[in-house]
Design a protein around this ligand. Sequence first.
Ligand SMILES: Cc1cc2nc3c(=O)[nH]c(=O)nc-3n(C[C@H](O)[C@H](O)[C@H](O)COP(=O)(O)OP(=O)(O)OC[C@H]3O[C@@H](n4cnc5c(N)ncnc54)[C@H](O)[C@@H]3O)c2cc1C
Length: 419
Amino acid sequence: MKEVDVVVIGAGFSGLTFAHYLPNKYRVLILDRKSKLNSAIESTGLITEVTKNLFADFTDVEAFLPNHITTISVVSPDYNKYFFSHTEKPWIYSTDTPEFLKHMSETLPDNVDLKLESSFVDYSIEPDHDYPVKIIYNQNGSGQKELRCKFIVGADGVNSKLAKVNSNLSTNKKLLVGYEKVFYGNINLGEHPESTVYHFWFGEFSLGYGGWLSPTIVNGKKAFRLGLAKLEKDKDKIHLLEKFINKLKDEKIIKIDEEHKNPIHTFAHSIPIGGVLPDLYDGNSILIGDAAGFCGAFAADGIKGSIISGKVAARLIPKYLEGEKNILNSYLKEMNKFNHLISYYRRQQLYRALWNRMKSDRSFHALYNLIEKEKEGFLNQFCDNMTKKKGLTKVILKLKNIPALSWYAISLFFDLFRK
Ligand SMILES: Cc1cc2nc3c(=O)[nH]c(=O)nc-3n(C[C@H](O)[C@H](O)[C@H](O)COP(=O)(O)OP(=O)(O)OC[C@H]3O[C@@H](n4cnc5c(N)ncnc54)[C@H](O)[C@@H]3O)c2cc1C
């Protein structure tokens, strides 16, 4: 039976980052069920400045950033009102996600092998064996196979199979479902659509999150990503994305390229919003990335947590294998050293709880009117700044906002009586 030091399940952002960082004296095998790494990637792929810099430590990320985003536009539920909030320097970047992940896989160090079309099935641990972890996986075309390793890493995403087959590990239970289509064409709202992302707060239409429109470049041509996310319990209404797309066409906010009317990519995928999971490691196994719930419960920004958890796990596992069996207890503490990331995830739970309480267009209008008054400072509490504890509450809690805040509170109160 084949033996390696470490097996990673999943070649997404977290698994590939881990494999780049693990010291090269360890032999690593990554298994992924996909057949191609640059197939459609289930992410909008927006990354913050901090995330970009983390990537720059081990990849040529700059080559995969088609759009530098300096502006956010928030559009009100009836599309009649919108505002722009702008910063001088980019606050996020769009990535050519498929090609970037392909680049990450092609630049893996020599100690790492990657097997595609290989689906993880199960594992067991025999503590007295030199290679105590026994893994079963399915390889397309050649059926079920076994291999052994000293440590197994679950980087297999939000519905981690590795977490499911080990009852001592936690699984993600609270989910959003995101549905996205990518088209060639132009965005026609605002002066600099190629450096603006748009968030649509259409309340009752999309309880749980909202809609987004983000510029990108595909094969050298202007394109955009259009998405809608809803709470998992409402996932049967995710097809409302079509209605959203038609509305944006009618409002002339987007113009789909006449020659390419069909979407370039379409995908639906879950996003973990329950916060960091309680049980992330057991014996010789650990969860990283989405599998561990490292994703903002409100912002749905999981790429940062994927890289940081990959990097931290790659530092802790060698110590574990050298005999420091308690080292994994410091996992979250080590992650929190990156801009208080774990504390940020806890605050995101509060935003999520509030957003989940908003059930009517009235509440979304009330919040929109409140935020619009503070549009200058709105971006300052976003993304990387959110981890620096500059929360939205600090931006809006001002005497002059008391009437708007009161109306928002009343709207939330009425929402208590809605289903
Ligand atoms: C619609 C949508 C939009 C998003 N937009 C953003 C954004 O703009 N910015 C941001 O920061 N985050 C965003 N996210 C979240 C972000 O994409 C994820 O947090 C991130 O991709 C997680 O990376 P990961 O490596 O942990 O997991 P994944 O990217 O899910 O990778 C898991 C890998 O494991 C493989 N795998 C799964 N099961 C098995 C198995 N049994 N055997 C073998 N292989 C397996 C999969 O094929 C996959 O390659 C978005 C998510 C969605 C759904």
